[in-house]
Design a protein around this ligand. Structure first.
Ligand SMILES: NC(=O)c1ccc[n+]([C@@H]2O[C@H](COP(=O)([O-])OP(=O)(O)OC[C@H]3O[C@@H](n4cnc5c(N)ncnc54)[C@H](O)[C@@H]3O)[C@@H](O)[C@H]2O)c1
Length: 346
């Protein structure tokens, strides 16, 4: 009797925050994983610990690696690569908008023939709660109307871009019966997350560890739902592998609301920090006319019904683990700089 072939998964953005955790999850299930990442916001260190016999990192932009990837034949594709973070969107909107659509079309087209023997390959695409825009109807349900600000406000470009990706993916499903699933991630947090492009929890944790002020944009009354990345990635394979989910859009996250001020206070308390809170007006943080969303909360009925999903990791645990991951990166850097540099060292 022959063993069933091992599942081979492609993760675009696989050296990023969510992608690297998904790689760990799939490897733990016995899969082989190929990650493609241009390391624009991702980091090779995120995947340095993964077993080289079953994990491969292709260091490239998605569209430049198509020939190399085509030859590998996949059982499933997780498309997570994107320009992520408010700061990045405000700084480089063209790359975010154009790159998002170009990558989506390239991968959807590829998925039609990248399965074993040239067959179709199921694909999960990462979308975002930003797609709901500033809708005031909470909790957000997948079929709700969306409400955006004007196109003169760059911050909405990410929402439009992710929405266009969804339109294209659903059109591939309708026209070509492509097995595609759309996952609208809400605030995803956890170890290895970087604050470089404006993500709130890593910024708070880093400031608390250094005893610096935790800078809250606006009044801190805006509410969000934070879900640990390890919970988020646990449900993605189940979503993609369930034929009933294909052609569907799913909110993915936690529905537990927390104001940004509460989040900051929790970080200080959990880490026993001496930091204080500092309120920063939006126009000082992001420039004039920045619009924030007051409450962002998913309705998870569809996801729970399809997969039985239930988040298990508390925000306190996430804060502790994120702090530990930052401290270990700091410790590694310190020991690297303390060690002798090159052949002249002792
Ligand atoms: N983290 C969240 O809270 C959140 C919320 C909503 C949606 N998302 C979505 O989840 C996905 C993953 O986000 P993340 O938080 O892990 O961010 P991340 O920045 O850590 O991951 C994105 C990865 O994609 C890579 N990348 C970007 N453009 C690329 C390209 N053209 N070719 C190859 N690699 C490229 C980056 O280097 C990075 O490693 C994104 O699609 C994002 O829009 C994340």
């Amino acid at each position: 009797m022959t063993n069933p072939p091992t599942t081979t998964a492609l993760i675009t953005g696989g050296a990023g925050f969510i992608g690297s955790h998904l790689a760990e999850r799939l490897l733990a299930q016995g899969c082989r994983v190929v990650a493609v990442d241009d390391l624009s916001t991702g980091n090779e260190a995120n995947v340095a610990h993964l077993p080289r016999d079953r994990f491969t990192l292709v260091r490239s932009a998605v569209v430049d690696a198509m020939d190399e990837l085509r030859a590998k034949q996949f059982d499933e594709i997780y498309h997570l690569a994107a320009g992520v973070g408010v700061d990045l969107v405000l700084e480089r909107p063209l790359e975010v908008i154009e790159g998002s659509l170009r990558n989506a079309v390239a991968l959807l087209e590829a998925a039609r023939t990248w399965g074993r023997g040239g067959r179709v390959c199921p694909i999960l695409m990462a979308s975002s709660s930003e797609v709901y825009g500033k809708s005031a109807r909470v909790p957000f349900r997948e079929d709700d109307d969306v409400v955006y600000g004007p196109t003169t406000m760059t911050r909405w470009s990410y929402a439009y871009a992710k929405g266009m990706d969804e339109f294209v993916a659903l059109s591939y499903h309708a026209r070509h019966q492509l097995p595609v699933v759309l996952a609208r991630f809400f605030n995803t947090v956890g170890p290895r997350q970087s604050g470089s492009w404006g993500m709130v929890l890593p910024r708070f944790v880093r400031a608390a560890l250094r005893g610096e002020p935790l800078r809250i944009f606006g009044e801190g009354t805006q509410q969000r739902c934070f879900c640990d990345v390890r919970d988020v990635v646990s449900v993605l394979p189940a979503l993609l592998r369930n034929p009933a989910c294909r052609g569907g859009v799913f909110n993915v996250g936690s529905s537990h609301l927390l104001s940004i001020r509460q989040l900051a206070e929790t970080v200080i308390q959990v880490l026993g920090s001496t930091s204080r809170l500092e309120l920063v007006p939006y126009d000082r943080a992001y420039g004039p006319g920045f619009e924030d969303v007051a409450v962002r909360q998913p309705d998870l009925t569809r996801l729970e019904t399809a997969t039985g999903f239930e988040p298990t990791i508390t925000i306190m645990q996430t804060i502790r683990d994120l702090a530990a991951s930052m401290e270990s990166v700091g410790a590694n850097r310190a020991s690297a700089s303390a060690s002798p540099a090159g052949p002249g060292g002792v």
